[in-house]
Each structure stands twice: as structure tokens, then as C-alpha cells.
Design a protein around this ligand. Structure first.
Ligand SMILES: Cc1ncc(C[n+]2csc(CCOP(=O)(O)OP(=O)(O)O)c2C)c(N)n1
Ligand SMILES: [Mg+2]
Length: 566
């Protein structure tokens, strides 16, 4: 018999899995778990808890994974705490981020006694709420299923799923009769399936134009940018990407036409719209979501999907078939291996495709208007930063103008950074927690964040906790919920702007930051001090800094095709 109680066994099991940094807040329901964690200090004893309010805490495991490819954990008590933490959990599901979320439940023995923050079916019914969204919810209320559930959770994490543990404290206080086993990833040899898939591809592309669409799934594959470039070249395939797919594309790809759909580049969008049944599309680690395919099915005659995440978000009954109008082929196998086989096969015998023209240097055709007086020109800001980022940086866009405009203006990837946005859940303010999680996981990584003044309202009270993490936060100060406001003339053409409900009061964000222990700078509208501010940012490594940028809410850079769906 195990002498430790269930809490300690769970803490140890997750630590053995590499999960040793938690974010969240204590409370009546979780004190028994967090008593086994030390307060977070950089380079100190783990497992550790970094205390920060639940909304940002719930997004931290996403940043942990982005920065390292490893799993992070978040914890919160019953009631509102659970709901706040679970906002990040939604994006973990939508972006296939393995992560652990821990919540207590009211103990079953007092089910009918109206417990505080009652989670029973008479109260929040939280078990059903979470199970309605997340497949891997493990109710730890029975010593005899405890080890089995932990092992099942381990398997789910290995297949890139978020998992939820629900703790019944009365049961967890007992020693558990069995030790859970640590799960290891089972490697399946997919060489034969890959060879068959590539032969079919070879047959289908003969004499046809090939379009390559690159998504975010391969983010942590080494050499993914070189591999997609080599595939583009072997197939002479015009190449486009999703917003986060930019991380899996090389800047030197001669066939790189840009990002499609939300904030998409004009050349990429024209190319994508020209797709007909005569074409073949190859999707590398793509989820055909609204901000990529704009709710349209692939019009190509043959669509090939390469994915390595079984049952990833976007799959319906284990397949992406529903996203294709015509013939559809999918392989579930390591992306790198499939791409390498495509390249090797092309070297053996050339793919006789109808070659796409090389991409032009300039990927946009729209003329971008400068901002009105007293506002910074965001086109120049994004272009400048795109060249300035230090190698290895992580740049995160919150749900604000940046997540539409940055990719439009910068056009091509910066090969030395990761640029990411959790756009599928589009939770305003979530990116701050992502930045916190990334810094906790990898303190030496440079982490930058674009966020809106509307987004700021969701995490502005949680700055102090991160003052020594060295996060740089660019606030797009435009006193407006601008990304909504920019779409409204098209969505509601006959409605008076007063009914847009899009204005925000001016706030001194720098003062809030300073009062929270951050440094702050404000960019001059003519950008005369921008270079000096960037030099300052480079100087500090551990000090978090907020940079306010005066942004014209009416400066339109990237397009928002979603407005046509509303
Ligand atoms: C939590 C949440 N509330 C509301 C929305 C709807 N929404 C999406 S973007 C946006 C406006 C964002 O405003 P701001 O942060 O100021 O950024 P800006 O577009 O002005 O750059 C709103 C209200 C959302 N996505 N998430
Ligand atoms: Mg705004």
C-alpha cells in the first residue's frame, strides 16, 4: 500500500511527466493539493505554484507548450475560479495543446447539503459542464480507479489533448492502493502507409497545379521550415499558410505567396480563390478553421492532408474529409517523415506538375493609408519590429488589430522567431497568460506581446505578479474595440455608429504598469523615440515593460473576411 495520499501521488505522477510548474490561485478546495507545491522562484525547487489570477493562469499552459513543447499545469478552486481558469482550457482544446487543469468538486457525501460553491447537479453541475467540452475529464473520487485514470490521462497528454482532473478531497486524502505507471509514447512504424500515400500523391499531381497549405501543427518539428520549402520546390507548388502556419514556412521559400483568410495577403488570397477542380491541394498540419478557409470547402479535385495528431480539433469522426468538395486523402503519420519521403521521391523521379510561377517580392496590392495625425503608423511599427526581434523570441498576438494586421504587413515569416495567436478561441486578454506561461517555462526566452486596450481590461489587475518575468507588452491604445468597429460598417450598414458600443475611456496604461512594478514607455506618434525605446527593451532581461502605442482605430491594414460571415 502506498503511504502517500492521493494529492501527493498525483503531484508526483505529473512531476514525473515533466509537469512541475503550475499557475493558479489557492482556495478551500485546492489547499490540500497546493500544500505539496513550493512558491515559484526562478531556478528553485519544483514542483512549484506561480500564483496569478485564474483568467491569465488558465492560458499559461498554452504558453508553456509554445515555448518548450512541454506540458504545463493550472489549478483553481470551485465556483468562479473554475470557470475563469477554464477559458484557457477551451483554447488548449481548439489548438491541440497538451495541458493539465486541476479543479476540486464538492465531496459526494455532502451532495445534498448545499455545500459552498456547490458543484453537484444541484449547483454548478461542473462535471457535466466540463465533460460537455473536454473529452479527457478524470473524476478522482475512487481509490480503485485512481491509478487507471492517471494512466489514461498520461496517454491523452501524449496525443496532444488537454486533460482535466476533478478532485474529491475526501477520497484524495486517502492513500491510493496502486501506483500509476508513467506512459511512454508508442512509436508506430508508418513507412508503408507513407510510401503508399506518396505514390498516390505522385500519380495525382502529374500535369496538375499543386497548392501547398501549411498550418501550425508542425510547430515543434525541427527543420519544418526547410522541409516545407523543399516540398514547395520539388512540386513547384504555390505555397500559402494559416496565421500560425507562418512558423512552419521558410522566409526564402520561392513559392511563398503569404497568409490566407484572416489578415491574408492579397497575392495569397487571389491564388487561393483561383483554385478549381483541376488543382491538387496538399495540407501540412492544417486545421481547416474559419480564419484559414473562411468556412469554405476546398474546391480542388484532390486534397491531401498530412497530420500527426489523431482526432485533432477540426476532425469530424477522425478525418478532415468534410472540408473537401471532391476527392480526399489523409495520412496520420509523423509530418517530418512524410515530407522527407515526398522530397526523396521527387529527387528519385521528378514530379511532373504544372509549375506555379515563383511568388512576387511584394505580396500585397492594396495601398495602405497612413493614420490620422497624433497616431503612430502601425505599418512602420510592424515592419520595423519584424526585422528587430531577437532570434528565438516568442511574439504573441492578443485578440486585437495586431492579429489581423501583423501578418498582412510583414508578409513573410521571420525564421528566427515564433509568432502565435490563439485565434480559435479568440479570448480577449488570453495572450497575457500565454506570455506568463512561456516565461515561466523558459525564463531566458524573449517574450513579446501585442494586446489591445480592450484586452488589457481582462488582465490589467494581474500585472504585478509578472513584474520580474521580463515580458514586453505592446498596448495598442486606440480607445476603441477597434477590430469589431472596423467591421461594423459592412455588417450593419444602416445602423448608426452610436449603436456600435465600441468606445473605451482613455486610461494611462503606463501608470498602471508602473504602479504594478513594471517599467513603461510611450511611443511618440511620429515614432521619433521608437528606436530608443527598442534599445531600452534590449537592455532589460528580467524587468517587465509596457510600451503604449497611440494607434488610430481607423487605420485599416489587414482584411477581416469574417465580417462577410456575420
Ligand atoms: C473575452 C472576449 N470578449 C469579447 C470578444 C469580442 N471581441 C473580439 S475583438 C474585440 C475588440 C478588441 O478590442 P481591443 O482589445 O481594444 O483591440 P483593438 O481591436 O482595438 O486593437 C471584441 C470586443 C472576445 N473575442 N473576447
Ligand atoms: Mg482597442
Amino acid at each position: 500500500m502506498n503511504k502517500r495520499d492521493g494529492f501527493e501521488t498525483l503531484v508526483d505522477y505529473l512531476a514525473a511527466f515533466g509537469i512541475d510548474i503550475y499557475t493558479g490561485v489557492t482556495g478551500g478546495g485546492v489547499v490540500h493539493y497546493v500544500k505539496y507545491l513550493t512558491p515559484y522562484e526562478p531556478n528553485q525547487i519544483k514542483p512549484a505554484l506561480f500564483t496569478i489570477s485564474e483568467y491569465p493562469a488558465g492560458f499559461a499552459p498554452l504558453g508553456h507548450y509554445l515555448a518548450t513543447g512541454k506540458v504545463g499545469g493550472a489549478i483553481a478552486t470551485t465556483g468562479a475560479a473554475t470557470k475563469l481558469l477554464a477559458c484557457g482550457l477551451s483554447d488548449a482544446k481548439l489548438h491541440d495543446i497538451p495541458s493539465v487543469y486541476i479543479f476540486p468538486i464538492s465531496t459526494r457525501r455532502h451532495q445534498e447539503d448545499s455545500a459552498l460553491q456547490d458543484t453537484s447537479i444541484y449547483g454548478s453541475n461542473i462535471i457535466k459542464q466540463l465533460e460537455a467540452e473536454i473529452e479527457d475529464v478524470f473524476l478522482l473520487d475512487n481509490p480503485y480507479t485512481f491509478a487507471k485514470y492517471l494512466e489514461q490521462a498520461g496517454k491523452a497528454l501524449l496525443s496532444r489533448k488537454p486533460v482535466v482532473f476533478l478532485l474529491d478531497n475526501e477520497i484524495m486524502n486517502l492513500p491510493m492502493p496502486e501506483e500509476p505507471k508513467i506512459m511512454k509514447k508508442k512509436l508506430h512504424d508508418s513507412s508503408i502507409e507513407i510510401a503508399v500515400f506518396v505514390q498516390l500523391l505522385k500519380k495525382k499531381v502529374k500535369g496538375r497545379r499543386v497548392l501547398l497549405l501549411v498550418g501550425e501543427e508542425g510547430l515543434h518539428e525541427t527543420d519544418i521550415r526547410q522541409l516545407t520549402t523543399a516540398v514547395s520546390i520539388e512540386l513547384a507548388a504555390a505555397t500559402v499558410w494559416s496565421m500560425n502556419g507562418v512558423n512552419c514556412v521558410g522566409s526564402e521559400n520561392p513559392y511563398g505567396y503569404g497568409c490566407i483568410s484572416f489578415g491574408g495577403n492579397d497575392k495569397a488570397l487571389n491564388l487561393w480563390e483561383s483554385m478549381t477542380e483541376d488543382d491538387v491541394v496538399i495540407c501540412v498540419g492544417v486545421t481547416p478553421d474559419e480564419y484559414t478557409t473562411n468556412l469554405q470547402k476546398f474546391a480542388a479535385g484532390d486534397v491531401f492532408f498530412i497530420t500527426q495528431t489523431a482526432n485533432a480539433y477540426g476532425h469530424i469522426r477522425g478525418s478532415f474529409q468534410h472540408s473537401a468538395l471532391h476527392k480526399f486523402h489523409q495520412i496520420n503519420a509523423p509530418i517530418t517523415k512524410v515530407l522527407k519521403t515526398i522530397i526523396t521521391e521527387g529527387k528519385r523521379e521528378v514530379y511532373s506538375t504544372t509549375a506555379s510561377p515563383l511568388a512576387p517580392v511584394e505580396l500585397n496590392t492594396c495601398v495602405l493609408e497612413p493614420p490620422r495625425a497624433h497616431y503612430a503608423d502601425m505599418k512602420i511599427v510592424y515592419q520595423h519590429l519584424h526585422k528587430w526581434w531577437q532570434p528565438g523570441s516568442l511574439v504573441i498576438s492578443d485578440v486585437c488589430l495586431a492579429y489581423k494586421d501583423y501578418q498582412y504587413v510583414t508578409q513573410r515569416p521571420n525564421d528566427t522567431i515564433t509568432y502565435f495567436s490563439f485565434y480559435r478561441g479568440s479570448a480577449m486578454g488570453g495572450a497575457y497568460g500565454v506570455a506568463v506561461g512561456a516565461k515561466l517555462a523558459q525564463p531566458d526566452k524573449r517574450v513579446y506581446l501585442f494586446s489591445g486596450d480592450g484586452c488589457f481590461r481582462l488582465y490589467g489587475g494581474s500585472l504585478n505578479e509578472a513584474k520580474n518575468l521580463g515580458i514586453v507588452l505592446f498596448i495598442l491604445d486606440n480607445h476603441t474595440y477597434s477590430i469589431v468597429a472596423q467591421g461594423l460598417p459592412a455588417i450593419l450598414p444602416s445602423v448608426h455608429p452610436e449603436k456600435y458600443h465600441d468606445t473605451l475611456q482613455q486610461v494611462d496604461y503606463g501608470k498602471i504598469a508602473e504602479a504594478s512594478g513594471w517599467l513603461s514607455y510611450t511611443v511618440a506618434p511620429d515614432l521619433s523615440n521608437f528606436e530608443d525605446i527598442l534599445n531600452e527593451l534590449e537592455r532589460y532581461k528580467k524587468q517587465s515593460i509596457l510600451v503604449t502605442i497611440p494607434v488610430d482605430p481607423n487605420q485599416i491594414l489587414g482584411q477581416n473576411p469574417r465580417v462577410r460571415n456575420l
